[in-house]
Design a protein around this ligand. Structure first.
Ligand code: HEM
Length: 131
């Protein structure tokens, strides 16, 4: 018997992941204070939306959509073409934290997700801040 509930289920599954990712990229597109982050991305965010949605589906314990389509994520390697310092990481987290706060009421789930996504984002850093 299965008693554990995945984070995927707790954020309402496929629909919840889609909603989170859409809000995240809408914020990235709209917020004046994250222009550095936005400018790293392609003009259209459609492919980014699909890929992050597929990745987070598996990462949260749901269907491994990204792995099935693209293979191992190799996330750090895939981010190497983009300069990621504390500034880019913090802008990414700021949009993600806002999207999470707007959607998730359960405070324990909210802080757990913020912390574990911060670890992934911090791991993407590949350059020092400008002095
Ligand atoms: C730390 C700050 C981060 C920055 C600045 C960043 C930036 C980017 C950029 C510029 C792209 C290329 C997409 C495009 O051109 O539209 C990308 C792709 C992607 N990012 Fe990030 N990212 C960050 C963190 C993360 C984190 C924390 C995750 C996962 C939780 C993530 C997941 C992905 C995925 C799955 C892709 C698609 C990879 C592929 O298949 O090409 N990113 N990211």
């Amino acid at each position: 018997m299965e008693f554990s509930t995945s984070q995927y289920d707790l954020i309402s599954g496929d629909q919840g992941v889609r909603k989170l990712v859409d809000r995240f990229y809408d914020l990235m597109d709209e917020r004046e204070d994250v222009k550095v982050l936005r400018d790293l991305h392609a003009k259209s965010l459609r492919i980014s939306r699909d890929k992050l949605y597929m990745f987070l589906s598996g990462w949260l314990g749901g269907p491994q959509l990204y792995v099935e389509k693209y293979g191992h994520p190799r996330l750090r390697a895939r981010h190497l073409p983009f300069k990621i310092t504390n500034e880019e990481r913090d802008q990414w987290m700021s949009c993600m934290n806002q999207a999470l706060e707007e959607q998730i009421e359960d405070q324990l789930l909210l802080s757990t997700l913020k912390q574990s996504l911060f670890k992934v984002a911090d791991f993407m850093r590949n350059a020092e801040d400008a002095s």
